[in-house]
Design a protein around this ligand. Sequence first.
Ligand SMILES: [Fe+2]
Length: 240
Amino acid sequence: MKEGFGMNNIRNFQKIKSMDDFDNIDAPVYLEKIMQPNFDKAPKEQMILRMLVRPKYGNWKIPEELMWLEDIIIDCANVDSNITGIADSWCYVTVRRGPVTSVTDDEWHFDGASFRTDIIPERNYIWIDKVGPQYKTGQIDWPKDFDPNKHNLFSFAGNALKDNPILDMKEKSWSLLSPFVFHRRNPITNEMKDRTFIRISFPDIEGRDINNTHNPLLPTPFFGRNPVASFRNNLKDYGK
Ligand SMILES: [Fe+2]
């Protein structure tokens, strides 16, 4: 089953994210107006993980290896600021093109759902050539004492939505995922010989993750943080 949201259902991205936002779980928003990628100049294989291409309030720093995506990155930034009314955000690019090797994202999750700081919701624009992520929509009744800094948001949402149908995201289409889209990589992806996944993200805070691919046009950063190991793996399932 393939479905998505119309623009009339779009979130208010200027409001600080709160637990109330997770009462209703979104479908992706399909965006026809962002241009399709042109792979003529793209490398046959490319693995770039959350490379910073524009600091908040900074200029574009798009390195040679991402030049084939330059027009789309800028197009996407314009669409994002039209949708959200937000002009300045960090911009990160992920490209996974070639054989599928990593196994992260196989579990059901929300992107950018951390509550460690009070922030507006991040926006993730994604495009996949085949076998898109799976997602679920629905409503969740969160217990009053549910604390996303102590309890695992993903496992609670997974239980709450366990009987809801698994939907497939559209292929070869740009989709906006708010942090309120519950999704996972389609498990069959791991058996695929090659695949192209592109993600252009606009968070409101710098993603100081030790695993990010370094942008040669920007200074070498100091990263002391591995968010999955330091935070996510320490969360408890609610009620346990
Ligand atoms: Fe994700």
